[in-house]
Design a protein around this ligand. Structure first.
Ligand code: SF4
Length: 62
């Protein structure tokens, strides 16, 4: 699967990291990094992160 995060609306709350820590990570300054093509074993967690993100910044694009 392939994901994109709109960093212009990401508010660095970290819900995505909480539900999918293998895919999303916030650094000490609140900057988000993520695995753009996570493996199928992470699909469920990514879908949970999409639903958990308060600003709807995460999209599954493929
Ligand atoms: S849950 Fe959404 S707003 Fe929060 S850090 Fe993740 S992508 Fe950004």
């Amino acid at each position: 699967m392939r994901i994109e995060v709109d960093t212009t609306v990401c508010a660095s709350h970290g819900q995505c990291e909480f539900v999918a820590p293998e895919v999303f990570a916030l650094d000490d300054e609140g900057k988000l990094s993520y695995v753009a093509e996570p493996g199928p074993e992470e699909a469920e967690n990514v879908e949970r992160a999409v639903r958990a993100c308060p600003t709807r910044a995460i999209r599954i694009v493929g």
